[in-house]
Design a protein around this ligand. Sequence first.
Ligand code: THU
Length: 132
Amino acid sequence: MTSSDLKNQAEATMMNAYSPYSNFKVGAAIRTVAGNVYSGCNVENASYGLSICAERNAIMQAVATEGPGMKLAAVVVTNYNQKGESGACSPCGACRQFMIEFATPQTTVIYPGENGDIETNADKLLPDSFSF
Ligand code: THU
């Protein structure tokens, strides 16, 4: 799957977001090193702090299917805001740490910036990250 296929998959899953509190829909599609694709959306909760981001939703599905050796090859994030427009959505700090746990030095991350998609790398999104 190319990054443009991943973007289509992220956008389709994004439309299933459960985000009645923020009205901010996020989708994420990931390709693993094993070559499989998973996607997730954000799922909010009346107890706000329980809300789960799209990226972590997708990564958890990948681990549940492939097991603890799962590694990320590519992550694509999409966003649809309350005005019904695509907007910027830089992965939050929790998701950056979550990505690093399963990243390799080659893991690419694409997300919507203020002026179009930004392509970067998991290590660059969280320099000097915590690990055991
Ligand atoms: N959100 C994500 O799903 N991914 C991100 O990278 C940033 C934020 C969600 C969480 C919450 O449901 C909504 O967007 C607004 O913060």
